[in-house]
Design a protein around this ligand. Structure first.
Ligand code: WT7
Length: 696
């Protein structure tokens, strides 16, 4: 099976000494045990205090018991938590905690219950406590916002949205830089029952336009510009172009424009306001700082978030109110061992699910202080993250392997300059973390005292579904380890869908699936429930299918190997082949295109594109640049291919299906294991392509 080869390549370098181990949090902040069940020796010269607990064994046993119970009686487990963790306006019906199932695709949680997520995230917490510390592009641009201030501001924004005609159930598209107003606009939507659709501000105007159209969104909220690494990104101009691109010309009624602390002269603020555009700062200032939170049914929509699939337009995944809120809150608290005075920093962008669950909803629902970051890990220099940890005394820090690999390259000095003793838990997400990066994160950043949590999840899952838990379950470099509470994780045989039993070595390999609904799972794709069922529920009836392949070891630890579909993971961003291919084919020179992922040291994967040209066109450096520009325009710069190969034809079966498997092998240099190529219409194309790629 293909997964085996890949898996060996990935863990072949695991250090022999890096067995499972359970450092607890260094501060013992909650009920976590400290001390020891064994010795950790990550490196020969390390002199690490043993940080496993004898008590840890019992914590681990407790996890096993609780996990088993949460699977056996999900209604009991989640029903109890839902009452403890959230404030309900109308209590849910105890007999209807969970209804529906994965076979029918009609899952509902907490029926009969009503609540408001913004109320739960803001009003009920101590108004004097810090809700957010925000650091802008420049390190001295810092804002501190209390729960009281945020409740008032969110209420004002909610009233501003209402004043512009936004009603419960309507979709508001948000295309904004990472400023507090982004989080507050999301919460303002939640307060009035509008459904937010945040589009990552790296997407192009075309991509934004098609998402506005697909969601039938009448209101778009943006900012005049964004700032990243001192570069100005003209967001309002991009929105103007996107609105032009929307097919239904009367759809967008208002564009609401925040000002990102623009201090220059008005005449130099280089963006155009149209007649129905509104200056958000002015409108919001005029509103009352009180807005009653709209009681929402547990199953009513909280937000949608577009994510790429392997075919067609991106899917608007729908997350609902009660289940998502509970899952975001509970995973934040548990996975990060969150304590009341923690400063929790997730440096993901709110344009992705990580920002939704772990910058905004999870930390605020817990009444913690969330840290929001606008800039990049290397601006003004490569010490930026660690400088922030020191200055703000950050306790949890959550980033992606690609950022860790990037920072590793600058060496240890950039980290050692700073006092990182506030850190307790370091998180990683987005792709498998290679053991070298894991060890660097653990030893250099965490000083071998912090727990690394490798959190595996997806836009669709709402929150972590497989992860270790500080002081409770063991860490294992390169593995996201064990299922979260309530997650009935199974390994399925990709061919016939049966549950794979451990082999003689206790290992099981196959595709990753979940056997039972959990509260945080997306319920549908906006306007296309059939697609939701086709992609997630039908491939293996009775299971939620993740699309990832996995190896589970003899201790039950999961090692995610990669996608089994055509989704490419570039720097932790999920990119659909279909979107990039259609951007290439949109160029008049391109007759057909096929895009595959290629291993990349920093990004995990990069994009390699194969293009077949129309008659009359020839390869030239200008053409290659134009093709890259097309992808930037139609999707976004972060999707730009690193390699474009112009090819006389593409490897196709006689029935015309492009065999991406072969292209993948060619770009990975695995040409001695191409497999069966006899089904190709023209097998000789393979040698031509190998030669062409070799020259690049
Ligand atoms: C895909 C989901 C979840 C937020 C970020 C990405 C991969 C995610 C891990 C991990 C191995 C991981 C999977 C998954 N992935 N986390 N800890 N170890 N792989 O969200 O864009 O929905 O992508 O990212 O392939 O299916 P997303």
């Amino acid at each position: 099976m293909r997964v085996i080869g890949l898996f060996c390549a990935f863990v072949g370098s695991l250090p022999a000494t890096a067995n499972s181990f359970v450092p607890s949090t260094s501060h013992g902040s909650t009920n976590l045990p400290t001390n020891n069940e064994g010795t950790i020796k990550m490196t020969s010269d390390s002199n690490i205090e043993p940080v496993y607990a004898a008590k840890t064994v019992s914590a681990f046993d407790k996890y096993k018991k609780e996990h088993a119970q949460s699977i056996k009686s999900p209604s009991k487990y989640w029903g109890k938590l839902a009452r403890e963790v959230l404030d309900w306006e109308v209590p849910f019906d105890s007999h209807r905690v969970l209804q529906g199932d994965l076979t029918n695709g009609d899952v509902r949680w907490f029926s009969g219950g009503k609540l408001n997520v913004a109320y739960n995230a803001l009003d009920r917490h101590d108004p004097k406590k810090l809700a957010m510390i925000w650091e802008g592009d420049e390190p001295d641009d810092v804002r501190r916002i209390t729960y009281g201030e945020m409740t008032n501001k969110v209420s004002q924004i909610a009233n501003a949205l209402k004043a512009k005609g936004v009603k419960k159930g309507q979709v508001v598209t948000i295309y904004m830089p990472m400023i507090p107003e982004l989080a507050m606009t999301m919460l303002a939507c939640a307060r009035i029952g509008a459904v937010h659709s945040v589009v990552f501000a790296g997407f192009s105007s075309d991509a934004l336009g098609s998402r506005i159209q697909a969601a039938n969104s009448e209101v778009v909220v943006t900012a005049d510009h964004g700032l990243r690494g001192s570069k100005r990104i003209p967001l309002k101009d991009i929105v103007n172009a996107a609105v032009e691109h929307v097919k239904d010309k009367d759809l967008v009624k208002h564009v609401l424009v925040w000002e990102r602390n623009y201090e220059g002269p008005e005449s130099e603020a280089p963006y155009e306001m149209n007649s129905n555009d509104v200056r958000m700062d002015i409108l919001v200032d005029d509103q009352r700082p009180y807005c009653p939170p709209e009681p929402m049914e547990a199953e009513e929509n909280l937000f949608i978030l577009y994510t790429s699939g392997s075919t067609g337009l991106p899917k608007g995944l729908v997350h609902t109110t009660g289940g998502y809120a509970l899952y975001a809150a509970h995973t934040t608290k548990t996975t990060f061992d969150l304590a009341p005075d923690d400063i929790f920093a997730c440096v993901a962008d709110c344009g992705w699910i990580t920002g939704h669950s772990y910058v905004v909803y999870g930390p605020l629902l817990n009444g913690a202080t969330t840290f929001m970051f606008e800039s990049t890990p290397v601006y003004p220099d490569e010490g930026r993250y660690w400088d922030m940890v020191q200055r703000h005394k950050i306790t949890q820090f959550y980033t992606a392997p690609t950022a860790i690999r990037l920072l590793m390259r600058y060496g240890e000095e950039a980290v050692q300059k700073y006092d990182l003793s506030s850190l307790k838990v370091l998180g990683t997400v987005g792709e498998p973390i290679n053991p070298e990066a894991w060890r660097w994160y653990y030893e250099v950043v965490g000083k071998s005292k912090c727990t690394i949590v490798d959190t595996y999840w997806q836009t669709e899952t709402g929150g972590h579904i497989v992860t270790n838990i500080p002081g409770v379950t063991p860490m294992k470099p390169g593995s996201c380890t064990l299922p979260f509470y309530g997650i009935d994780a199974v390994v399925l045989d990709p061919a016939d869908g049966h549950v794979v039993e451990p082999d003689e070595n206790g290992k099981a390999e196959g595709v990753m699936a979940v056997r039972q609904p959990w509260p945080g799972m997306a319920r549908t794709c906006l306007g296309d429930h059939a697609r939701y069922k086709t992609v997630y529920l039908k491939p293996y009836p009775g299971y939620y299918f993740t699309g990832d392949s996995v190896m589970r070891d003899e201790e039950g630890n999961h090692f995610i190997i990669g996608r089994v579909d055509d989704i490419i993971n570039v720097s932790g961003h999920r990119i659909g082949t279909a979107e990039v291919e259609s951007a290439l084919v949109a160029h008049p020179a391109v007759a057909q295109a096929a895009v595959v992922g290629r291993p990349h040291d920093l990004k995990g994967q990069s994009i390699a594109a194969f293009c077949m040209l129309r008659k009359g066109y020839e390869e030239s450096p200008e053409l290659l640049t134009e093709l890259k520009m097309n992808v930037r325009h139609e999707v976004g710069a972060f999707c730009s291919p690193d390699l474009i190969v112009v090819s006389p034809t593409l490897p196709m079966t006689r029935s015309g299906k492009i065999m991406r498997r072969i292209l993948r092998k060619i770009v990975c240099g695995e040409t001695d294991s191409l497999g069966d190529i006899s089904t190709l219409a023209d097998p000789s194309i393979v040698d031509t392509l190998i030669e062409k790629v070799g020259k690049k």
